[in-house]
Design a protein around this ligand. Structure first.
Ligand code: ATP
Ligand code: PH2
Ligand code: MG
Length: 208
């Protein structure tokens, strides 16, 4: 997504949650500084995995395991939003791509990364500790930001890990996007999560 189109949405999100744009930009710069040398994947690698493919985008709602029974994952490129990775691994499925701000079960993400999953790691003002701890343990990484991307990072648009999967797959030319594990009406979540899910719903509905 053109940053100019994303920026007004980002400003509304920042205002709604009281995030600091400076902290988001500093986090993006930190990730940019860490993504040097062979750990960094090329955008072409990610594009090759997604372009012209039917994608299965996996959110981490409690419905994920059941939803997976209704599809044939092997017909799709599997894109996991953060915590969905663990559920997929339990089902014997290795995601092709993991979109994460590293606040899920990162040990499982490291395991999937070692088995070939491409990592799309997101920087924001509240995950710099996770970036510093975990980026050195990963490989094949594409970095993303929610601010204007600094050198080597991308901003496909999107806010939560799940809706960022959708923006990314759309921008990189997926033929189709099938969503599983998305339950925006899940009441078993805290208030901040509920608010994040409402943004995810709103952003994903923009694609409908
Ligand atoms: N009911 C749900 N509970 C949790 N995640 C959901 C749900 N429905 C959809 N999702 C999507 O699944 C994604 C991955 O979920 P996970 O539990 O790993 O959350 P998370 O890593 O805390 O999310 P984020 O970091 O984006 O806040 C979320 O970003 C969200 O877009
Ligand atoms: N600054 C900031 N940005 C975010 C945050 C967050 O907690 N803080 N959470 C996100 C995914 O839910 C995405 N972006
Ligand atoms: Mg996350």
């Amino acid at each position: 997504m053109e940053y100019d189109k994303w920026e007004p949405i980002y400003k509304k999100i920042v205002e709604d949650f009281g995030f600091s744009e400076d902290a988001d930009a500093d986090a993006a710069q930190l990730l940019s500084n860490l993504l040097i040398g062979p750990v960094k994947a090329d955008l072409n690698d990610l594009t090759d995995v997604i372009k012209g493919k039917d994608t299965l985008i996996c959110g981490n709602a409690p419905t994920l395991k059941k939803d997976l029974e209704q599809v044939n994952p092997s017909d799709h490129v599997i894109i996991a939003a953060d915590g969905a990775t663990s559920v997929l691994l339990e089902q014997g499925l290795i995601p092709d791509v993991i979109v994460t701000d590293l606040d899920g079960d990162v040990e499982k993400e490291i395991e999937a990364n070692k088995k070939g999953a491409l990592m799309v790691v997101h920087a924001h003002g509240d995950n710099t500790g996770k970036i510093l701890s975990f980026v050195p343990l990963l490989t094949n990484i594409i970095g993303t930001s929610q601010t204007k991307p600094p050198h080597g990072l991308y901003n496909f648009g999107g806010f939560t890990d799940g809706d960022r999967c959708v923006f990314m797959a759309h921008q990189l030319g997926a033929t189709s996007m099938t969503l599983v594990g998305f339950d925006f009406d899940d009441d078993n979540v805290d208030e901040i999560k509920k608010k994040k899910l409402n943004w995810a719903r709103r952003l994903i509905e923009g694609f409908a």
